[in-house]
Design a binder for this molecule. Sequence first.
Ligand code: PBG
Length: 329
Amino acid sequence: MSFPQNRMRRMRRTEPLRALVRETTLNPGDLIYPLFLRPGKGLRQAVSSMPGVFNLSIDEALREAEEAAALGIGGLLLFGLPDSKDEQGTGAWSDDGIVQQGLRALKQCGAGSKLVLIADVCLCEYTSHGHCGVVVKTPDGFEIDNDPSLDLLARTAASLARAGADIVAPSDMMDGRVAAIRRALDSGGLAQTPILSYASKFASAFYGPFREAAESTPQFGDRRSYQMDGANFREALLEIDLDLEEGADMILMKPAMPYLDVVRAARDRVAVPIGAYQVSGEYSMLQAAFEKGWLERDRAILESLFGMRRAGADFIVTYFAKDAAKLLG
Ligand code: PBG
């Protein structure tokens, strides 16, 4: 059937009509809000490259959690900034590390039971060199040593789960970490804790502002020997398959906007829940455009998130979670 019998505009005439035929939904419960925890009291330090994002002491984080829960947001993703860092990233797996303390406090407050508490598992915020694994010297420089990193990551995940994480989310991109974490959880009486693996995590310029927020910029070199090459698609599918074989319960794709083809392909390929991470650079570039008056704020936020849902993401990690929940509410 073609024009004039067919007129696509008939179903776009009014908002109720458009709502009736809308193919994709977006609800506050689909959104995960990242928080950056740091030791102290009453701290709410602005991150200059991410307007609206703060480093928070635990008391302030609890207030954010209350607000997120009241808005119907699905969960929180927790990152930590320890007071001191070392070669091994001890702060990551210490039972009184900053995220472990935050998890215990969140579990005790009312909001903690309404939100899914996801703990990011990585060493980069805790290591003095800023890499996601153990660094060793080699004849021509240095290397991120895969296998010794696995034990540290597994210990970190177990410690976070013991402290109350509902989900642990490894973002380090070491080979074999999902299996190592699963073993550590199971042997530690934590068989019920799911793993959300950052299965396809690309080496991306869009993480720049996060590294300021999390004080995790590598002191030398970059992350391209462990994060994926942005030009690769099949490799992302292989990463997903391997992580699922190792025991991942859910997968996270990151960044989101430049890699929506990968999100769609993952959705068509696997049955597990999929998340997309609208990373710091995606957030900051939109904020910059809003500040300049170049983009219409509310519509651009929702359009960016709808794009990820349409590509097949079940849930979205986004620094816009509160803004979007307010717009949707
Ligand atoms: C830690 C980690 C990073 C992000 C999430 N977990 C930084 C990185 O890999 O450099 C980035 C998140 C963002 O940019 O919002 N490995």
